[in-house]
Ligand binder design. Structure first.
Ligand code: PRP
Length: 211
């Protein structure tokens, strides 16, 4: 593909739409990106950008392996998978937190191994390791809130945005692990060979973010 285009992986969904709006304001627009079609790749030769929509949790893989020069993903993905990429900018959107939650009134007796359900096994393991608490981590792929209700786990480690999901399932946050937001990430060799345009894009986004 050469250096003719800057390849940018956007996370499919509401966050990606916000990110694209920022890129458009920054002067990196591309016709068709926001059309509600099944098309996945869009390019604007004049500006030199090519966008593609990918599953949010896959963005870092595209960037790490160089299929994308740049991408946007949540800090949760960076903490969980530690991809070998540069984190260039906190975009200040997609804000939420990674938290430990449990059924209301839960008290950790500490006399036995705590069962923890999560999609984020590394973040959870790291959190409890630092707390010196022995845990049995149960990896799930979604609807994590069900686990303590059905007795599959004692607690969960999950993303909390509005808190509605926890509330509607009689769960509450017992500890916040880390604040999360969307980050602009960059492939390491792309940064080396294409730094001018990448820095230009990054600065333009930083200026938009300040507004
Ligand atoms: C995420 C997260 C929580 C929910 C939190 O789930 O895992 O379930 O959003 O949002 P809230 O605090 O605003 O209610 P997602 O929608 O990604 O689905 P999932 O069940 O597949 O994890």
């Amino acid at each position: 593909m050469g250096n003719r285009y800057l390849n940018i992986a956007l996370p499919k969904g509401r966050l990606g739409e916000k990110v694209y709006a920022m890129l458009e304001s920054a002067g990196f627009g591309c016709p068709g990106v926001m059309d509600n079609s099944r098309k996945l790749i869009f390019e604007n030769e004049d500006v030199g950008v090519r966008y593609f929509w990918v599953k949010p949790s896959d963005v870092a893989i595209y960037v790490e392996r160089g299929a994308a020069d740049l991408g946007v993903c949540g800090k949760d993905i960076l903490l969980e998978y530690e991809p070998d990429v540069y984190e260039l900018l906190d975009l200040g959107i997609g804000k939420c937190k990674m938290a430990v939650a449990a059924p209301k009134g839960f008290v950790d007796g500490r006399e036995r191994i705590l069962k923890v359900a999560t999609k984020f096994v590394n973040i959870a393991a790291d959190h409890y390791r630092k707390a010196g608490r022995q845990v049995d981590i149960i990896k799930l792929n979604g609807s994590i809130e069900l686990a303590p209700i059905l007795g599959l786990s004692d607690t969960i480690v999950d993303i909390v945005e509005t808190g509605t999901t926890l509330k509607e399932n009689d769960l509450e946050v017992i500890e916040t692990i880390v604040q999360i937001s969307a980050r602009l990430i960059c492939n390491r060799s792309s940064y080396k060979f294409n730094s001018d345009v990448i820095i230009k894009l990054c600065n333009a986004l930083a200026a938009i973010k300040e507004k």
